[in-house]
Design a protein around this ligand. Sequence first.
Ligand SMILES: *[C@@H]1O[C@H](CO)[C@@H](O)[C@H](O)[C@H]1NC(C)=O
Length: 185
Amino acid sequence: MFLFFVLPLCITVAFTNPSCTPGFYLSGTQCRKCQIGSYCPDGQTQLTCPPGSYTDLYEQSQCRLCRPGWYQFKSGSTVCLRCGLGCSCANSTQLPEQCDVGTYADLYGQTQCRQCRKGYYNVKKGATYCTKCPLGHECANSKVAPIPCPIGFYNALYEQTKCRPCIKGSTTQTVGQTACINVVG
Ligand SMILES: *[C@@H]1O[C@H](CO)[C@@H](O)[C@H](O)[C@H]1NC(C)=O
């Protein structure tokens, strides 16, 4: 008698509040396994993974976040994508951004671009490297093209941020020189 009383009660409770284990969702009265690209947190509903996350396995109750330097801008994804060369991925829910002028990314999967080293420059977006400041020039600002040394100045070295003045009694006759010449007279 006792069992007869409890058993129908249990069935009634299960019927009015139907639920599957997390990782599954309810389809009518059936429990179905959660699909890849989705998650099933409460055993009832199946939801798509939001941007910046994914599931590559069935029966998941939560999505995995993209690793730093990886991204996914679509929802319902099974993969994250690695940030490309010349780009940064600070926000894993968005498309990669090209490195700004004066910066570069020479490695995949970067969350930010690197500044050009002192004496180097880069005037294009999306760069994978910066260029050494040439002889006879100065590169004080890594975001602009090298500036030729003005008359009366020179640079005998690469990677310089400043041209050097010619010593007294010498000068240059045109801009962009690597040496000064003696003034005759
Ligand atoms: C990432 O981008 C999304 C969409 O534009 C935005 O809602 C979110 O606040 C951003 N997150 C960060 C950490 O900037």
